[in-house]
Each structure stands twice: as structure tokens, then as C-alpha cells.
Design a protein around this ligand. Structure first.
Ligand code: NAD
Ligand code: MG
Length: 395
């Protein structure tokens, strides 16, 4: 029996994780569930899963949850805020990092520092703090397993020991597949008119709103490129992005003898989640078997970097190193929020990110303080750029 803390229990990754965990009550015990705002959803989860701890985003939501649980005589202990997230993340044997965005950084780092098994979905945490994050993993002996389907696929295609540079293990390239998102074949003129609803309707995956927009701009693939560099000791030029609209091949590793290993499966997050939960064993994930006759064909094309500049920007940020990926990430989070709120156009998302990146000088990112201060700086700059764009549009 292993204890699990699920950060971001009410989200898309959280829901898929609970679905897998429920199938294996003999293997996993929920230490803690966390959610940001939804008392109602969290109450339902606590009634069903009876975790020892529940963490909410604010004192008020924690109070509401606590009162509702008391009424139902449920003994779950309720707390709130970042320190509580860090505490529950450090206390379980396994931690599923399923919070979206920079908000997941401190709790995920807390699990890393406590030497836990971390199942990483929250790519933004690694993108922001890559070198520091990986140094802490090495120091604490934490086991870092990727939940992101592409990285989980690559992990499965690599030899068990793959640290120290890909070439040492005969690996020449990592092929990161991308569905291309809902606007794969749109031209720039049509792209500028797309709405949040259209952006969130992903053809193959059902996901949270932020990652859905990132998938539509290809920033998700850019963040994943950075994530892959850190997870697998790769350089940006060892990673090739391949658009593969069916999302059946989840990514590949190419070897010096010409072999290319791929992991295939239905596009269902329960597969990588079950893989990482049970690794190195295998468990049932509740996923339908892959029917290749229904899939029928697998297509591949090069990404369109002209229409989707975010992928280029992410590659540039990783190459620049230091605080540049944290700046890219923060500017993107603010721009995506503004797009979802209807105050920024879809094609202005990369404009905001590129402008912010050009305005902030990259520094070394060895210290957490430096990363966090660049995150804040980039958010302020992004707000300024968005306001200036709105003023130009109005005038
Ligand atoms: P989501 O929006 O569905 O869920 C986010 C979760 O984080 C919710 O439980 C929410 O309560 C919590 N949360 C949000 N803001 C918070 C804050 N400020 N403090 C504390 N908690 C907060 O998102 P998702 O689609 O489940 O994605 C979660 C993470 O997993 C993202 O980093 C995403 O990139 C990554 N990921 C998701 C998928 C997927 O299929 N959904 C696949 C690969 C990677
Ligand atoms: Mg992914």
C-alpha cells in the first residue's frame, strides 16, 4: 500500500488519476487531495475517496468545506494555502503534480526536496526552474516520472539508465509528437478571429482550459520541448517536433543504429498515469485496447512555425537558458488568461510573449528567488503589453 497526495484533484489530470487509483484500492491510499476554489467538487471527492487531508486555496473555501464535511461526519482534515500544499506534498510516498501553471512550483518542489516519487504533469514547474529542480531531484533521491503523455512515451522508449547525455546511450534524437491542436490547418487571418471556446475544443484530448489554449498555440509543445530537455538531459536541437494528427504515437526515441522506438496507445491520460503510478510494474488503466484497424493510418507533417510562433519562442528561451524559460512561461500564463477572458486576441498571445522576452534581461536561474522575481516581473510586463495592445485597438 502506498500513500498518495494528489495536487489538483479537481482538474482533468486529477480526475483521470482518481479513476485509475479507484481501480486499485489494494495498492494506493489517498493521503491528501487539493483543489483551488471548488468547494462543491472537493466535497464530492472527499465523500467518495475519504482522504486524510484536503487543501483548499483560501481560508473561506477551507471553512466552507470543513463545515460541510463535519455535517456528514467525515474526518478529513482541511487546511488552506501554499504552505499546506507543501506540507501534504512532502508527507506522502507518491505525489501527483496536477496543479496547472506556476502555482504548482512550490508544492512540487516540496515533494522533490522530501525525496518522494513525483508523477509530474505540472510541466510549468519544471520549465520555470529546470536546473534547480533537477539538482534537487539528484540531491534528495526523488524519483521523477513523467505523466505528460509525450514524455511518458519517451521514458518508455529509453533505456532504464539514460542520464548523462543522450549520445552516451546511443540515442540521436527525441521525436516529440504534436496533434497540431484544433487550428492545425488554419491560416493567420482565420487564426486572429478564433474564440476561447474554439481553442478549448481539442480534437483528441479533453483537458483543462489553459493547456487547451497552449495546445492550440503550440506553446504546449514548446513547454514540452523544454520539459524534455530537463527530463532526458537533451539539448534543444536533439528534439524534433513532429505533427501527428491522430495522437496515437505519443512520442519516439531514435537510436544511432537507425532504430526508432515509439509508444502507441489511445489518447487517454489514464495510460501514462497508470504507468507512472505502478512503475516498474504494470496495472490496468481502464483504457480500451488500441484498435489499429479503426485508426487505419498514421500521418506526419512538419509544424508551421510561421503561423504558430510559440514553438520557436520556447526553443529560443531554452537555448538562452537561465531565467528565460520562467519569463516565457509567466508571460504566456498572463496572455492565456487574457485570451480566455476575452481581452486579447489569439494571435496576440505570441506577440505578448515575444515582447516580454525581449524586454527582460536573462539572468542565471540557480536561485529560487531569482526565478520567482523574474516570474513576477514578466507578469507585470505582460499586463503592460496587453493593456498597450488594447489601447491601440481601441484608438
Ligand atoms: P485543470 O485546469 O483541469 O486542473 C487544474 C487543477 O489545479 C485544479 O484541480 C485546480 O483546482 C488546481 N489549481 C489551479 N490553480 C491553482 C492554484 N493557484 N493553486 C492551487 N491549485 C490550483 O488542468 P489540467 O488539464 O488537469 O492540467 C494540470 C497540469 O497538467 C498542467 O500543468 C498541464 O499542463 C498538465 N497536463 C495536463 C494534461 C491533460 O490531459 N489535462 C496532459 C499533460 C499535462
Ligand atoms: Mg503532452
Amino acid at each position: 500500500m502506498q500513500t498518495v497526495t494528489l495536487l489538483g484533484a479537481t482538474g482533468s489530470v486529477g480526475t483521470s488519476t482518481l479513476d485509475v487509483i479507484e481501480r486499485h484500492p489494494d495498492r494506493y491510499h489517498l493521503h491528501a487531495l487539493t483543489a483551488h476554489t471548488s468547494v462543491e467538487k472537493m466535497l464530492a471527492l472527499c465523500l467518495k475517496h475519504r482522504p486524510e487531508h484536503a487543501v483548499m486555496g483560501t481560508e473561506e473555501t477551507a471553512r466552507q468545506l470543513s463545515a460541510a464535511l463535519e455535517k456528514q461526519s467525515v474526518a478529513t482534515c482541511v487546511s488552506w494555502g501554499e504552505q499546506a500544499l507543501c506540507d501534504v506534498a512532502a508527507a506522502a510516498e507518491m505525489v501527483v503534480a496536477g496543479i496547472v501553471g506556476a502555482a504548482g512550483l512550490m508544492p512540487t518542489l516540496s515533494a522533490v526536496r522530501a525525496g518522494r516519487r513525483i508523477l509530474l504533469a505540472n510541466k510549468e514547474a519544471l520549465v520555470m526552474s529546470g536546473a534547480l529542480f533537477m539538482r534537487e531531484v539528484a540531491r534528495s533521491g526523488a524519483v521523477l516520472l513523467p505523466l505528460d503523455s509525450e514524455h511518458n512515451a519517451i521514458f518508455q522508449c529509453l533505456p532504464r539508465e539514460h542520464r548523462g547525455g543522450l549520445e552516451r546511450h546511443g540515442i540521436t534524437r527525441l521525436l516529440l509528437t504534436a496533434s497540431g491542436g484544433p487550428f492545425r490547418d488554419h491560416d493567420r487571418a482565420t487564426l486572429s478571429q478564433v474564440t476561447p471556446e474554439q481553442a478549448c475544443a481539442h480534437p483528441n484530448w479533453s483537458m483543462g482550459r489553459k493547456i487547451s489554449v497552449d495546445s492550440a498555440t503550440l506553446m504546449n509543445k514548446g513547454l514540452e520541448l523544454i520539459e524534455a530537455c530537463w527530463l532526458f538531459d537533451a539539448t534543444p536541437d536533439q528534439i524534433e517536433v513532429v505533427v501527428h494528427p491522430q495522437s496515437v504515437i505519443h512520442s519516439m526515441a531514435a537510436y544511432s543504429d537507425g532504430s526508432v522506438l515509439a509508444q502507441l496507445g489511445n489518447p487517454d491520460m489514464r495510460t501514462p498515469i497508470a504507468h507512472a503510478l505502478a512503475w516498474p510494474e504494470r496495472i490496468d488503466a481502464g483504457v480500451a485496447p488500441l484498435d489499429l484497424f479503426t485508426v487505419a493510418r498514421l500521418d506526419f507533417q512538419a509544424p508551421d512555425l510561421e503561423s504558430f510562433p510559440c514553438l520557436r519562442l520556447a526553443r529560443e528561451a531554452m537555448t538562452a537558458g537561465g531565467t528565460a524559460p520562467a519569463v516565457l512561461n509567466a508571460a504566456n500564463e498572463v496572455a492565456v488568461d487574457a485570451f480566455l477572458a476575452g481581452t486579447l486576441g489569439f494571435t496576440d498571445i505570441p506577440t505578448v510573449v515575444e515582447t516580454v522576452m525581449s524586454r527582460i534581461k536573462t539572468q542565471g536561474a540557480d536561485e529560487l528567488d531569482m526565478i520567482l522575481s523574474h516570474d513576477r516581473l514578466a507578469r507585470r510586463e505582460a499586463q503592460d503589453v496587453i493593456e498597450a495592445l488594447a489601447a491601440t485597438a481601441a484608438g
